[in-house]
Design a binder for this molecule. Structure first.
Ligand code: ADP
Ligand code: MG
Length: 573
């Protein structure tokens, strides 16, 4: 291992030379308090910035073991440190020092969620942080003086103020870690209590805007459970917490327009993730396999059995292995449900705002006018009970527009000026008094989930465009194919999207063999990530990627299912 003087010497030697000379600094350097690894040096000042790692021995970093003694606590600590680096970069790093990305130091971007990421790794022996650095140049000429300021001025200060325990706000850190643990405990407890979601009293659900996920600043009405649904949960750190528990089964959220129905459902959707202190949804948790279902017309579908919902298409096509390049609203929504069941889910979340009306309901008058034989769709209202009774899959639906659902609901929550009321008894009485005359269109026929097997070569990357590159939150360039994830609403972080791109490659190279089902493939990838860390999905060893955040199996499945080149064989189980 070299020391910092040697790095300084190399920098002095290459000052004023062509940018490629920076390649000479690749390697590891002992800085005394930490080791700096320069893993990859960029080719020019505009290219992706150079990848570096800083490893601080625990002897120096000094984090008490109880801050990373369990998986949720370790995740909380690593999340806190990532945010600390991010904050300190803004304070310490001067930024622009020449052409292109010269002078930048960056860490993974973070949002409101506490996620498992590859940016910071804490173990018994060390704290490792992964960043990128834009090595400074004027034009293509090495600016060694500027580089030295970054390496010997900014970087050590950044390490000192972000990764050394005694220099941090220890109370804030402990709160963050304890909260991560509380959310983990809460998510487990609600399952034991027979609930699918919990929303603590006092939670702030509305967000600042449609494009800003931080809590609404002024005028937010704090959440307050109706007495009928109020439950108490005891958490290791927060102590006794009261809030609304939504039991398993079929739950309607009703209420007038603009009274906060969708806002409540969104919070429940996001409850599959942990949130940072101050988010407002810290104690809003949902079973981790909940899936938001929506209509998604135009999407591709590959051999999905949508026959529980759609039959007798006018073109005579089978719906047991239904494929289309251009799904309709209703067929896409049916496919989204069946795919979610295939990967595994215990809770479906549906909002009328993003549903196909004809998929959700067919009322008595329409049943009389359009005979069942000429309507391929069995509406969701006639299947929602089967989903629960046969498969144990609960549903929470936002419906402001159809009281027909009162017949099938186990409970009805009404939002009134952002305050939930339990109106189950009233809704059931209304359903008794005003019979709808509509007929159930199926008689509880079994809903079978077909497991599909991806054909490996359908996803192979050949020819000139072998690259997988994510673009923002909703887009992955997969070789020649553009994968669009706009309507996968529980994908929340661009770094999850990046990870998904590489997971598809990893899955293809390791587990797609023409025999393994999609669900098994994803389970195997998950197991590898659990055992070896998220680094396993990197396209080559020694890359030490700092920019992944872990996606759920549900979003990985959603992405593979939306790849337009995917081909599968089916295997009825
Ligand atoms: P709905 O789905 O019932 O039509 P939304 O959930 O879309 O209503 O909410 C309508 C508006 O009210 C949104 O702008 C939302 O941000 C705001 N809102 C929702 N919940 C609250 C709340 N608890 N306090 C203040 N404003 C809220
Ligand atoms: Mg709405």
């Amino acid at each position: 291992m070299q020391n910092r003087t040697q790095l300084e010497n190399v920098l002095r030697r290459i000052d004023g030379r062509g940018y490629k000379a920076y390649k000479d600094i690749q390697g590891s350097y002992d800085f005394g308090n930490f080791i700096l690894h320069i893993d990859h040096v960029q080719g020019d000042p505009f290219a992706s910035p150079s990848r570096i790692r800083v490893v601080v021995p625990q002897k120096v970093a000094g984090f008490p073991q109880e801050l990373y003694s369990s998986k949720p606590r370790k995740k909380g600590l690593e999340d806190f440190l990532t945010r600390q680096i991010s904050k300190n970069i803004a304070r310490i790093v001067k930024g622009n020092r020449g052409t292109g990305k010269s002078g930048q130091i960056s860490v993974i971007s973070v949002g409101q969620e506490i996620l498992n990421r590859t940016s910071v790794l804490v173990t018994n022996s060390s704290v490792e942080a992964r960043m990128t650095m834009g090595l400074p140049a004027r034009g293509r000429t090495v600016l060694a003086g500027q580089a030295m300021e970054m390496f010997f001025g900014e970087l050590p200060r950044l390490v000192e103020q972000s990764l050394i325990y005694r220099n941090l706000d220890n109370a804030a850190l402990l709160k963050h870690v304890n909260l991560a643990e509380d959310q983990w405990v809460l998510r487990n407890k609600i399952k034991e209590m027979g609930l699918v979601a919990f929303i603590a009293n006092g939670s702030i659900l509305p967000r600042r805007s449609g494009v800003d996920d931080r809590p609404m600043e002024r005028g937010a009405v704090p959440f307050k459970s109706p007495p009928e649904l109020e439950v108490m949960v005891e958490l290791p750190h927060a102590g006794k917490v009261w809030g609304m528990g939504i039991p398993k089964g079929i739950t309607l959220i009703v209420g007038g327009g603009y009274h906060g129905k969708s806002t409540l459902l969104h919070a429940i959707e996001r409850g599959v993730y942990d949130h940072i202190p101050g988010d407002g949804r810290e104690l809003v948790v949902t079973v981790e396999d909940a899936v938001k279902i929506r209509a998604e017309d135009g999407r591709r579908v590959e051999k999905v059995d949508i026959s529980p919902f759609i039959n007798n298409l006018p073109n005579g096509e089978s719906t047991k292995a239904f494929s289309t390049e251009n799904a309709s609203g209703s067929t896409s929504q049916a496919a989204n449900i069946m795919e979610a069941l295939e990967i595994g889910t215990s809770l479906l979340l549906i909002d009328e705002d993003t549903s196909a009306t004809n998929f959700m309901i067919r009322d008595a008058r329409m049943q009389k006018l359009v005979h069942k034989d000429s309507e391929p769709i069995t509406p969701f209202i006639d299947r929602v009970e089967d989903l629960y009774e046969q498969l144990g899959v609960s549903t929470i639906i936002v419906v402001g527009g159809s009281g027909d659902y009162f017949d099938v609901a186990h409970r009805v929550i009404m939002m009134e000026q952002y305050v939930p009321k339990d109106v189950t008894a009233k809704a059931k009485a209304i359903a008794q008094e005003y019979k709808t005359d509509r007929k159930k269109e199926v008689g509880g026929q079994p809903i079978r989930v077909t497991h599909r097997i991806p054909i490996p070569h359908s996803l192979s990357l050949t020819g000139r465009k072998k690259k997988i590159k994510s673009r923002g939150l909703d887009n992955i360039q997969y070789g020649h194919t553009n994968l669009i994830l706009d309507d996968v609403e529980q994908l929340v972080d661009v770094n999850q999207t990046r990870a998904i791109g590489d997971i598809i490659r990893y899955a293809m190279e390791n587990y797609m063999d023409g025999k393994t089902t999609l669900k098994e493939i994803i389970q195997k990838v998950q197991r590898d990530i659990e055992e070896k860390g998220l680094d396993v999905i990197a396209p080559f060893e020694g890359l030490h990627p700092g920019d992944y955040a872990q996606p759920r199996p549900q979003e990985i499945g959603a992405a593979i299912n939306r790849l337009r080149i995917l081909r599968v064989t089916t295997n009825h189980i």
